[in-house]
Design a protein around this ligand. Structure first.
Ligand code: FES
Length: 114
C-alpha cells in the first residue's frame, strides 16, 4: 500500500508579496532545511540548496528557457518541476512543493518518519 507523503508547511510570504524575480535563484531557510527558490513563467519552484553531484551552491545558478536549473560548477541540468537530471548524468534534484492561498505563499518540507 502506497503512503502519501506528509509535509510541514512554512509560510514564505504574504499572498501578494514578491519573493524572487523570474529566472533568479535565491537561497532561503526554514528551521529544518536550507533550500533555493526561483520563479519560472510566473510560478515559484523550490529545491535543494546544493547540487546532488558535488555540492555546489545553487544560489546564483540560472534557469534556462526550458525551466531547467543549470549548475554553475559542471553545468549539469535539472528540471525544477520534477527534479529529473535532464542532462543525463543520473543524479536527482530534491524538489519541495509550493502552495499559494489567501493566507500566503508556502513551502512544504517532508515530515521525518522515524
Ligand atoms: S557540482 Fe553541480 S554539476 Fe557538478
Amino acid at each position: 500500500m502506497a503512503t502519501e507523503k506528509k509535509y510541514k508547511w512554512h509560510k514564505l510570504a504574504k499572498p501578494d508579496e514578491f519573493l524572487v524575480a523570474e529566472g533568479v535563484v535565491m537561497h532561503l531557510a526554514v528551521p529544518e532545511k536550507h533550500f533555493c527558490i526561483t520563479q519560472h513563467k510566473g510560478e515559484y519552484f523550490a529545491f535543494q540548496a546544493k547540487c546532488p553531484h558535488a555540492g555546489a551552491s545553487f544560489e546564483h545558478a540560472h534557469i534556462n528557457d526550458s525551466g531547467c536549473l543549470v549548475c554553475p560548477l559542471h553545468r549539469f541540468q535539472f528540471d525544477i518541476r520534477n527534479g529529473r537530471n535532464v542532462s543525463g548524468e543520473g543524479f536527482y534534484l530534491v524538489t519541495y512543493p509550493i502552495q499559494t492561498n489567501e493566507h500566503g505563499i508556502w513551502v512544504g518540507m517532508p515530515e521525518q518518519i522515524w
